[in-house]
Design a protein around this ligand. Structure first.
Ligand SMILES: *[C@@H]1O[C@H](CO)[C@@H](O)[C@H](O)[C@H]1NC(C)=O
Ligand SMILES: *[C@@H]1O[C@H](CO)[C@@H](O)[C@H](O)[C@H]1NC(C)=O
Ligand SMILES: *[C@@H]1O[C@H](CO)[C@@H](O)[C@H](O)[C@H]1NC(C)=O
Length: 469
């Protein structure tokens, strides 16, 4: 009896926390094909600052923007002005046209235990002039005749309540048989047991790998390589590492995100941190606050996930990054923004997907941007064997172990260099993870390069920090 009551109590608590975290990476799963076409944005009154609350915006409307989103990144407004747009993974899209920026997540709704995404409508979004002086809220709907019969994407299986509850009972263990199988299947990388991860709950592991509800979109293949990019990349050195450029390290220290699905903020902030070090010859070395992102950013979903484009880029431009000291990392959602409003903010601008828009990336281009501008943040698909990585050049082995925490998830990390193995000739990326120094090669890992391993070369993001005073 008492046990049953306790179980009910635990279920209730988990029920509540599930709904708290189902904001997700949002449950929307919208593709380029769903989004492209003509949209009508209904915009509320302007004149607000960036602190305008658009969450529950339903009008009144002051103006309308009609914008046609064309392949691959061309946005044309009703006056014929040409601008830019990109989808952001499968989550929503940003349009920049006639001096204004519009960003909103694609619409989704909870329906009982399921969440349904409506790719032809938007959640209330943020519209502001490109300088960030004049903010308004807006709503968007696709103008095409049949928008209201648009595809509903049912969001079932792994994200129903019963499945989440099942995850709770699993704890991580080092499956030695699995580790042996990885090590005998190939010699490119080594798997090892991680005693410090033993006993962690499945939910924790899912958090480490991208957020409990992060999942993989229909991803773009790397874009074709132009002759210009091919020739420019051919002139780059064979090996390059921002941790050691003529003996100088420009990469900020390894951190540990813990159980919170905040990888996207660690990756995005580490990009801006490294780029400031590069731009200032290591005379400015701020370390930014991922907790500020987790608790204060409307552009991401706290410990449930988010995207580097919206954080190292858009949040950094629109709101600015706080220093770690102004909101030290706690590794969980606090529910309120704990950063003082008087904390100094650090800004970045010119945020972009490598290649200009989501889907335009490829290996030589990524290498060029990395070499010329600094580390780039990327998202990739984490599979079970990756968790056991201890060193070498990772590629997915296709093997799964006794503990199966991962569906495909979308984990964000920072690429800091690249190279070629001198004995095998295998090409690799050098990447900074946020799982502490005990994991991998002192917190870093290398992964096969040139083959879009685990979608590694399909969605790199960069931004240009504004040097702090
Ligand atoms: C938005 O509306 C919901 C329910 O209608 C409410 O719970 C929430 O507090 C509102 N949010 C804001 C920021 O006003
Ligand atoms: C998202 O949509 C794509 C394309 O329709 C599909 O391949 C993919 O499996 C979907 N992902 C999820 C988690 O539903
Ligand atoms: C950058 O810093 C190093 C080490 O302090 C110094 O030797 C070098 O001269 C600096 N470079 C420039 C361009 O100032």
């Amino acid at each position: 009896m008492a046990a049953a009551a306790k179980t009910t109590m635990i279920s209730l608590i988990l029920f509540v926390s599930f709904y708290a975290s189902v904001l997700a990476d949002t449950p929307a799963n919208c593709t380029f094909e769903d989004i492209k076409g003509k949209w009508v944005f209904s915009v509320g009154s302007g004149g607000n600052s960036h602190s305008v609350d658009c969450n529950n915006f339903t009008g009144p409307f002051k103006s309308q923007l009609e914008v046609t989103l064309q392949y691959p990144d061309v946005a044309v407004d009703q006056y014929g002005n040409i601008g830019f747009w990109t989808i952001i993974y499968n989550q929503g899209f940003e349009v920049v046209v006639s001096g204004r920026k519009y960003f909103a997540f694609s619409k989704f709704e909870k329906q009982g235990k399921e969440v349904v995404s409506y790719c032809h409508e938007l959640m209330p979004g943020w519209a502001h002039d490109s300088l960030g002086h004049d903010w308004a809220c807006y709503m968007g709907k696709k103008a095409s005749a049949r928008w209201d019969s648009g595809r509903k994407v049912s969001y079932e299986s792994s994200h129903t309540l019963s499945n989440i509850l099942k995850f709770e009972s699993d704890t991580f263990y080092n499956d030695m048989n699995f580790i042996d199988r990885i090590n005998s299947a190939q010699s490119s990388w080594k798997a090892a047991a991680y005693p410090h991860l033993e006993g962690l709950r499945r939910e924790h592991l899912l958090g480490m790998a991208g957020g409990p509800a992060s999942r993989v979109a229909a991803r773009p293949s790397p874009a074709p390589v132009t002759r210009e990019v091919y020739e420019a990349a051919a002139k780059l050195p064979d090996n390059f590492d921002w941790r050691n450029v003529d003996g100088v390290n420009y990469v900020s220290p390894i951190r540990n995100q813990g159980a919170c699905g905040s990888c996207y903020s660690f990756a995005a902030l580490a990009m801006d941190e490294a780029r400031i070090r590069i731009m200032t010859n290591n005379t400015k070395t701020p370390v930014f606050s991922p907790q500020d992102i987790v608790d204060c950013s409307e552009y991401s979903q706290g410990c449930a996930g988010g995207f580097p484009y919206l954080i190292g880029g858009k949040y950094a431009e629109d709101f600015g990054l706080a220093l770690e000291a102004d909101n030290p990392y706690k590794g969980k959602d606090q529910g309120t923004c704990g950063t003082s409003s008087s904390a100094t903010r650090h800004y970045a601008t010119k945020y972009r997907y490598v290649g200009g828009y989501y889907g335009a990336c490829n290996e030589p281009l990524m290498r060029l941007r990395l070499y010329e501008d600094g580390p780039v943040a990327i998202g990739f698909e984490v599979l079970t064997d990756f968790m056991q990585y201890k060193g070498g050049i990772y590629h997915h082995t296709g093997l799964t172990g006794g503990f199966k925490p991962f569906e495909l998830t979308n984990h964000a990390v920072l690429v800091v260099g690249y190279g070629v193995d001198s004995t095998t000739g295998e090409k690799y990326w050098i990447t900074k993870n946020s799982w502490g120094e005990k994991w991998g090669e002192n917190g870093f890992f290398r992964i096969r390069r040139g083959t879009d391993e685990c979608a590694f070369e399909s969605m790199a993001v960069e931004s240009t920090p504004i040097i702090p005073l």
